[in-house]
Design a protein around this ligand. Structure first.
Ligand code: KIV
Ligand code: ZN
Length: 391
């Protein structure tokens, strides 16, 4: 397999099993990680970050098992710029046919001074040394400049040029704390593309966190600036407010292909099954109003919307549920629903109504819906009066 990042091709780098897993409530057991990795391969992700090998023996073993068993994606492990991390990552990814070591080092002065207590020059040296070290074990090294979006732009450029000279072929510019805005992030990639020598041979990567709710928008803006790899997670799980949600990015690329004319290898109908599988393994599902895969993403309760969707789904659906693997849309009967859906539901239940009957039943339905939040089929049957011919 060759990395498919040429011009209009987006590389999907999934970090559900690393950045996603390291957030509260998202820890997975070995077997769960393995099953999830198989599902991510079925979804068609290009790069699968299976964990952080130095974090624990268990994580190293999970990455190694994924590297052995899961075919298709390039398997990677994260590593700090430390020899022990790189050795652990190398051991974990070794069985994979296509692998990568992903090394990272902070680039903002805040992180260099407060966390790492090193100078900018030491950072340049550590990054180059670690990339050289990692290249002993794989021919594919990614370098991430942690907190890139809060870094001094001139220093960031220098660090990236150092990393590229040392042999990194993917350069990731993470918005580690979800601080940037779409216009800023786009400009950052455009600048790197323009100023890093031989940048046409480098794949630049987005990695956005969602602290201000802009992770998906920022990722897409990064692509417009020249990035061709997107790092993201299923259901947007990840540190704090999460990472950019893979399914939202994929749906945006498909729905707004006019604006984002890129190709990718994802199998769109696997989006929903992948989201559901993850929810089985971690301690929370996604919120009902979560875009694309939430329970309400294709649900309609108001009469006006139901009427429109029954006439033509495009009135209130910008993608079909089936296109992202959701079995069907969902018409919910509630106090905002109109006669049309009530009539249709009762007919499906074997009770076709005449217009006067429908008017009567609808009056009783609205009274019921005012006091009962969820209306079930049995409630509807109960609304039919005994003297109705349809009973
Ligand atoms: O958010 C971040 O900066 C990261 C890096 C380690 C890639 O997750
Ligand atoms: Zn991250």
């Amino acid at each position: 397999m060759t990395d498919p990042a040429v011009n209009d091709q987006i590389v999907f780098f999934d970090t559900t099993l690393r950045d996603g897993e390291q957030s509260p409530g998202c820890t997975m057991h070995h077997d769960e990680k393995l099953r999830m990795a198989h599902q991510l391969a079925a979804l068609g992700v290009d790069v699968l970050e299976a964990g952080f090998a130095i974090a624990s023996d268990g994580d190293l073993e999970s990455i190694r098992a994924i590297a052995k068993e899961v075919k298709g994606p390039r398997i990677t492990s994260l590593a700090r710029c430390k020899a022990a991390d790189i050795e652990a990552a190398a051991r974990a990814i070794e069985p994979a046919h296509h692998n990568r070591i992903h090394v990272f080092l902070a680039s903002s002065d805040l992180h260099l001074e407060a966390k790492l207590r090193i100078t900018r020059d030491q950072a340049l040296e550590q990054a180059a040394e670690s990339i050289t070290h990692a290249l002993r074990y794989t021919d594919n090294v990614e370098f991430s400049a942690e907190d890139a979006t809060r870094s001094n732009p001139a220093f960031l450029l220098k660090l990236v040029i150092h990393a590229v000279s040392a042999g990194a072929t993917t350069i990731n510019l993470p918005d580690t704390v979800g601080y940037t805005t779409p216009d800023e992030y786009k400009a950052l990639f455009a600048r790197m593309k323009a100023e890093v020598p031989n940048s046409e041979n480098i794949i630049f990567s987005t990695h956005c966190h969602n602290d201000l709710g802009m992770a998906v928008a920022n990722s897409l803006a990064g692509v417009e600036g020249g990035a061709r790899q997107i790092e993201c997670t299923i259901n947007g799980i990840g540190e704090r407010a999460g990472n950019a949600a893979l399914e939202e990015i994929a749906a945006a690329l498909a729905t707004r292909h006019d604006k984002f004319p890129y190709r990718h290898n994802l199998k769109m109908k696997q989006l929903y099954p992948t989201s559901k599988l993850l929810a089985e393994f971690i301690s929370f599902g996604c919120s009902p109003n979560k875009a694309v895969v939430g329970a309400n993403a294709f649900a309609h309760e108001s009469g006006i919307h139901q009427h429109g969707v029954l006439a033509n789904p495009l009135t209130y659906e910008i993608m079909t549920p089936e296109s992202v693997g959701v079995p069907a849309n969902n018409m919910v009967l509630g106090k905002h629903s109109g006669r049309r859906l009530l009539e249709q539901r009762l007919a499906e239940l074997g009770h076709p109504l005449t217009r006067p009957e429908l008017d009567e039943v609808y009056a009783r339905f609205t009274t019921l819906a005012d006091r009962k939040k969820s209306i079930y089929d049995q409630d509807l049957i109960g609304l039919l009066k005994p003297e109705d011919s349809i009973m």
